[in-house]
Ligand binder design. Structure first.
Ligand code: FEO
Ligand code: CA
Ligand code: CA
Length: 633
């Protein structure tokens, strides 16, 4: 059965109107060294690199010649660059004593899949173990294409297949090492780990233990199994990884006529077609109505401790979280920005109550459990407000269905609607320019504005048939913690030559559509990744844009250049670099996704044979300069 994502992305019928620089390998030592060091690392991330070349490179902006649009079933990069594919779906992650090899017939078992790379690579981060020579790659596996995952596709369905699909979701932690200019996947590794849709996790924050979180299997409402549909990611200054649960609702089988809460979150009969409920009753929301409330959170993982229990941080709100990007205030509090990728949903920020403590993950185990969650309102005059989701304030009262703060967080969408937050065009990733303190968010597309009972355009979302998407930016008052902001558009995507006004972009450089992944590197260069859906690709306004790509942008000048083009039917999503800036790791997701259906078990290689001539596989592409220099200069 083809998965149907349509309702998940559009269930707001309410009536209201990165600091990846933190990835520096010295970060943990800095944290151990005291808070002053933490703040220094934020305020002067480049100085931490210990690399004069990087500072110099920052001034030189983007220095490569852009590549042309491509429809080839391959990865293209500019002249002078090389690529290498690692960590493809199905490769063993490197668990000692469990290294099942990839089988191109899809015949590996659920148990084998649980020891292999998952499907559909997405958000990724490099955690240094030995500077830019050896580290951990931690990455999300967003969802499964069951036609490709199983030897006979979807001809049959079974408990084993559900278990295999669940094992292909979640997060992978792998060790990688640079040897003679090429990156090796270190196996076995004591750091290697798979977190899946059935890994035990804790709930933290105000919604932990809430009545709406209790189930027959977990009467305390504090323990939950697994994470799935992990899309974008983030990192914290104390060295942990944040993985974000996006289209979680589609995994649940709901009643024919869901209640108002279910409808607001897109719950429906059969969900998006994952069919897990047929063999795992936890996913049958008609029998376990609170189980969906236990998903839709940002999950914190300590990648350096393979025995650690992941924790769902409910204080950050429940949403179809695309990603989570962390800033620090000058006095050391964490500010987490997160967009909710669904049509007419919202942009959030969380400000922690307490300051980051020296001592890494253990010392900051509860930092994300206490603080204030806000949702954004973008006003017509270029100002805006962060509206607090605080129980008892304004409309967030028992009379309006919010018994306590836990319920406000579980029902963040409903609360945000009552507060009058701005309904956005599918907020995806968020990136922070530490030099200017500007925060950027990709708004990937939305073709439903002004449609039946839907909001019309507004100044922040100015195109009604927005096939191309845009990138908004704002600067918060105060120190990332202010409740006021000033906003503007960084760019409206789409070819400047497009005839249709809603698709005509204002790009200074190479045309692109549907921005999704977003990251600002240690030099201040913005990397934009696109996700034009395969059903829309090659048609209408998108026809001339070829395959999905990654572009580099200079936030200061707005210049944008195409850097990498992915293989057929893929999206390019997730990017991270070594601290020296000389290696970029870029994830390629769902090569070979067909335009008409999400899988074609009869002919798995019909639309792509990337990366190795067989069944198409999501994988990580390593990009380096031939001369060993800093990527992008
Ligand atoms: Fe999973 Fe919004 O992309
Ligand atoms: Ca995405
Ligand atoms: Ca997307």
């Amino acid at each position: 059965m083809a998965k149907d994502f349509s309702t998940m992305e559009d269930s707001n019928r309410s009536g209201n109107a990165s600091l990846h620089e933190l990835s520096d390998p010295t970060r943990r030592n800095v944290l151990r060294g005291g808070l002053g060091g933490v703040l220094a690392s934020l305020l002067a991330p480049l100085s931490l690199s210990g690399c004069a070349g990087l500072s110099e490179a920052r001034r030189s902006g983007i220095g490569f010649a852009s590549i042309p649009v491509s429809t080839a079933d391959t990865v293209s990069v500019p002249a002078g660059y090389t690529t290498q594919v690692i960590a493809a779906w199905g490769e063993p992650v490197g668990l000692a004593g469990a290294m099942p090899a990839w089988r191109d017939d899809g015949g590996h078992s659920a148990a084998e899949q649980a020891a292999q790379m998952g499907m559909h690579h997405d958000g990724i981060h490099y955690f240094a173990l030995d500077g830019s020579q050896r580290g951990l790659l931690v990455m999300n596996h967003e969802y499964t294409d069951d036609g490709l995952l199983h030897a006979d596709g979807m001809k049959t369905w079974s408990a084993e297949k559900v278990a295999k699909a669940q094992a292909a979701h979640g997060v992978a932690v792998i060790e990688v090492q640079l040897q003679d200019g090429r990156w090796q996947h270190v196996r076995p590794s004591r750091h290697a780990r798979r977190i899946t849709a059935s890994t035990p996790m804790q709930l933290g924050g105000p919604a932990a233990g809430h009545a709406l979180m209790k189930t027959a299997a977990d009467p305390d409402g504090r323990r939950v199994l697994g994470t799935f549909n992990n899309c974008g990611s983030g990192i914290t200054p104390w060295g942990t990884y944040l993985t974000c649960e996006e289209n979680f609702i589609g995994y649940f089988h709901g009643p024919e006529r869901p209640d108002a809460h279910g409808r607001r979150w897109g719950l429906k009969k059969d969900g998006s077609g994952y069919r897990w409920h047929e063999h795992d009753e936890r996913f049958d929301a008609t029998r376990h109505p609170n189980e969906p409330n236990r998903h839709g959170w940002v999950v914190e993982i300590d990648p350096l401790d393979p025995a650690s229990t992941p924790i769902k941080r409910t204080a950050l709100g429940r949403a179809a979280h695309e990603g989570a990007t962390v800033a620090l205030t000058k006095d050391g509090r964490a500010v987490v920005y997160s967009g909710e990728d669904a049509r007419f949903e919202y942009i959030y920020k969380f400000v922690s109550r307490d300051a980051v403590k020296p001592g890494g993950a253990k010392a900051n185990a509860e930092l994300l459990d206490h603080g204030t969650l806000y949702v954004a309102r973008f006003d017509a005059d270029g100002s805006g407000r962060w509206l607090p989701l605080r129980h008892g304030e304004g409309p967030l009262t028992a009379a309006n269905g919010f018994a306590d703060q836990g319920e406000v967080l579980i029902k963040s969408r409903q609360a945000s609607g009552l507060l009058g937050a701005t309904k956005m065009d599918r907020p995806e990733w968020i990136a922070i320019d530490t030099a200017s303190r500007d925060v950027y968010c990709t708004l990937t597309n939305n073709t439903n504005r002004g449609a039946d009972k839907q909001p019309a355009i507004d100044p922040a979302n100015p195109r009604s048939d927005n096939t191309m998407g845009h990138i908004i930016r704002w600067r918060d008052d105060g120190d990332f913690d202010g409740t006021g902001l000033r906003w503007s558009h960084f760019v409206l995507a789409g070819d400047t030559q497009n005839a249709r006004a809603d698709a005509k972009g204002n790009i200074n450089g190479d045309a692109f559509g549907c921005p999704d992944g977003l990251w600002i590197d240690g030099r201040g260069v913005m990397w934009i990744q696109t996700d034009m859906s395969t059903s829309a690709m090659g048609k209408g306004d998108l026809a001339k844009l070829g395959n999905n790509v990654m572009l580099a942008a200079d936030p200061a000048t707005g210049a944008i250049r195409r850097f990498l083009s992915g293989p057929s039917g893929c999206e390019v999503t997730g990017v991270t670099a070594t601290p020296d800036g000389k290696t970029l790791f870029v994830n390629i997701q769902h090569p070979g996704e067909s335009p008409s259906e999400r899988s074609d078990p009869a002919a798995p290689t019909k639309f792509s044979r990337w990366p190795d001539g067989g069944r198409p596989r999501s994988a990580t592409v390593v990009v380096r300069r031939v001369d060993g220099g800093v990527v992008g200069t």
